[in-house]
Design a protein around this ligand. Sequence first.
Ligand SMILES: C[S@@+](CC[C@H](N)C(=O)[O-])C[C@H]1O[C@@H](n2cnc3c(N)ncnc32)[C@H](O)[C@@H]1O
Length: 227
Amino acid sequence: MSTEIFNAIAPRYDKTNYILSFGMDMGWRRKLLHYLPSVENLHVLDLATGTGDVAIALARDHRVAKVVGVDLAEGMLKRGHEKVARASLLSKIKLSVADALALDFPDKVFDVVTVAFGLRNFSDLMKGLMESYRVIKPGGRLIVLEFSSPRMFPYKYIHGFYLNVLLPLIGMVLTGNRAAYQCLSSTARAFPSGDRFVRIIAQVGFQNVERHELAVGAATIYVGYKL
Ligand SMILES: C[S@@+](CC[C@H](N)C(=O)[O-])C[C@H]1O[C@@H](n2cnc3c(N)ncnc32)[C@H](O)[C@@H]1O
């Protein structure tokens, strides 16, 4: 999905997500915190931070000292900045416009890199993963939250109908932007989820890759370690 589309839907992005996920999206993002290391003073980079929900959840965790959130869409970041200010977290979170495929950070500076519902929008998935690997310290980790497809009957078919038919329709009604939600549906379908994605993360160099399914597999958290 292009930056223009994200800028266009930014004002209604949070509410639409909430409705489309039946209120589960925030809980899924908070689940990312379960996979943070159990040490203090963490420096975290949140890629494709959008309107900042993951950055805010991270900053509220006592283990996290600093969060940098980057995104290509200024409109999304503007909403994010307002939310960070409202949450009185400006001293802990820095949001900026940047391309996750060409990060302006030195090697090995972050303890953790997070990406929620962002990777499937990267124009080059491998490049994004390699950049993440580069900026993570040895001993650090990558935590990804992304849509996936339930494998079990009948969820597989209900999910297929929802993704192909209902989601573009509801998205259009809520935002007036049919293209955006048709695009969401097709990027979610095309994303190499499950074991395929585990193999891709491992190819980049991450070790001991874990996957944890949420909501019978409608979303998955992947964790990869840089040794
Ligand atoms: C579906 S939103 C997810 C936002 C947020 N992480 C969340 O949980 O709601 C995807 C975001 O990825 C961003 N994005 C896509 N490609 C990017 C890139 N190469 N670098 C940084 N951000 C990118 C888009 O601008 C958009 O804000």
